[in-house]
Design a protein around this ligand. Structure first.
Ligand SMILES: Nc1nc2c(ncn2[C@@H]2O[C@H](COP(=O)(O)O)[C@@H](O)[C@H]2O)c(=O)[nH]1
Ligand SMILES: [Mn+2]
Length: 452
């Protein structure tokens, strides 16, 4: 073999290596060896060992469970779109199993985007795109001791929290034991202002605070739905950047939205740790709103639990189970699991409280709601929904978001019967609705915009 003095990218290409990010390390190694007197043959052999093995997309998708039924044309079209995305997704080489819940609907147009209501189990891989930007979107319930006036409770929630984008400049502080972990984690460092500014806020979209009473005892209950707000969005952004970098080196043909972080790498361990801290922040966020409400109405708390539905869970089999709009439904999935799963349906329907059922076909998950058959915009193009009667439906900014009214969601009774049919949990209680608050359509009519 020819002995050239300087080794650059062209030399490596001439030797038959495929260019990529690994060339930076390769050139460093090659030129260090050359400086030490190594000939081309020795350098070539060393570089062969450095060259990353390219992981390819599977040519055929693995099979997956579809635990979902259609009752009309719209639902058939929705299921077909979900199945098409899942079929592309199941070609991603890290995925070993997948399942679709009854509330499924596509969450993007790019082929292989994990649908809402989708679950995938992955080997040594965390895919930020599979839990999506609203990391740890979740539902929490608090049951109050005294049978209070629900209007008083809803008034109290409305006065203690904030709906809409952005935060509130540190009016309430997250617990110190959560904040103290930020500085030492590369995915969290510098994000303290989001964790503080967005604390005790609800956000927008379909995030809600819902008040009702338990069917079993009549006790008043508060149910909130939100995720990790701006904090999670920033962590997701950082996670996706690391995942794209990792995948570009090891699996350059995999599309960006399916990129992953190797779980057993240093980045993987740090990302996993960051997710756990974001989870604790989100749980504390729900509880802060519930505690402020309890203090405002002067009532004590007799029961409280929560579940996350945009998250990654590690099971005893070592796999990473990603739920995108799917709720873990196996006992002790986390230290704070108490065996119950919360399933909201829409503002005018009861919130279901299920006893977990670890259904293998569902990979141990349950639906996280009723889900939609069509996206928000498509729904509004075809429908003129009216405000539901019989409940106290409030919109924080004053203007209803019509894409969040009950008609925008799948038929609640049908989802409920599919939960029974597919063995996804046993309904042990229900929260009967009094009313709820959501952000509303703040984009066109926000009071803080008018004030300017
Ligand atoms: N009880 C209520 N449930 C609602 C409301 N708006 C939506 N929903 C249900 O929650 C899930 C959550 O969806 P996600 O994908 O954003 O996490 C959704 O599927 C609905 O069934 C509401 O105002 N009240
Ligand atoms: Mn959610």
């Amino acid at each position: 073999m020819r002995v050239s003095q300087t080794i650059d990218g062209d030399t490596l290409i001439a030797w038959g290596f495929r260019p990529g990010r690994w060339f930076k390390d390769a050139l460093e190694t090659a030129n260090t060896m050359r400086a030490g007197g190594a000939d081309d043959d020795a350098i070539f052999v060393a570089l062969q060992a450095l060259q990353p093995i390219e992981t390819l997309m599977r040519t055929n998708g693995l099979p997956f469970s579809m635990l979902i039924d259609a009752e009309n044309e719209l639902e058939r079209a929705n299921i077909a779109a979900v199945a098409q995305h899942m079929d592309a997704l199941m070609r991603v080489p890290t995925i070993v199993a997948g399942a679709v819940m009854p509330d499924a609907c596509p969450s993007g147009t790019t082929a292989g985007t994990i649908p809402v209501g989708g679950v995938v189990a992955c080997e040594d891989a965390i895919h930020p795109g599979f839990h999506s930007s609203d990391i740890c979107c979740s539902v929490a319930i608090t049951v109050f001791a005294r049978k209070d006036d629900p209007k008083r409770i809803l008034d109290a929630v409305q006065s203690v929290t904030h709906f809409g984008p952005g935060g509130r400049d540190g009016i309430h502080m997250p617990p110190d034991e959560i904040m103290s972990k930020f500085a030492v984690n590369p995915f969290l460092k510098g994000l303290e202002r989001f964790a503080i500014g967005h604390f005790a806020t609800q956000g927008d979209g379909n995030h809600f605070a819902y008040v009702g009473h338990l069917k079993s005892t009549g006790h008043a209950a508060l149910v909130t739905h939100h995720g990790s707000r701006g904090l999670g969005a920033q962590v997701y952004k950082r996670g996706m950047a690391v995942a794209r970098k990792h995948t570009a080196i090891h699996a350059p043909k995999i599309p960006d939205h399916n990129a992953w972080i190797k779980a057993s790498s240093e980045d993987g361990r740090a990302y996993w740790e960051a997710l756990q801290i974001v989870r604790l922040w989100t749980k504390a966020n729900h509880h802060a709103i519930h505690d402020l409400t309890a203090a405002k109405i002067g009532n004590s708390i007799v029961d409280r639990f929560w579940n996350e539905h945009n998250f990654v869970f590690r099971k005893a089999d070592g796999l990473f189970y990603h739920g995108k709009g799917a709720t873990p439904n196996w006992s002790a999935f986390s230290d704070d699991d108490d065996g119950r799963t919360i399933v909201p349906l829409n503002m005018a329907e009861p919130v279901l409280l299920l006893k977990h059922r670890d259904n293998k076909n569902a990979l141990g998950f349950a639906p996280h709601g009723a889900g939609r058959n069509v996206g928000r915009k498509a729904f509004l193009r075809e429908n003129k929904p009216r405000l539901p009667t019989g409940i106290d439906a409030r919109f924080y900014c004053g203007k209803p978001d019509l894409s969040e009214l009950p008609e925008a969601y799948k038929n609640a009774a049908s989802v409920r019967s599919q939960i029974a049919k597919y063995g996804l949990g046993e309904v042990i209680d229900e929260v009967i609705p009094y009313g709820s608050i959501m952000a509303g359509d703040w984009e066109t009519d926000a009071p803080w915009r008018k004030a300017r």
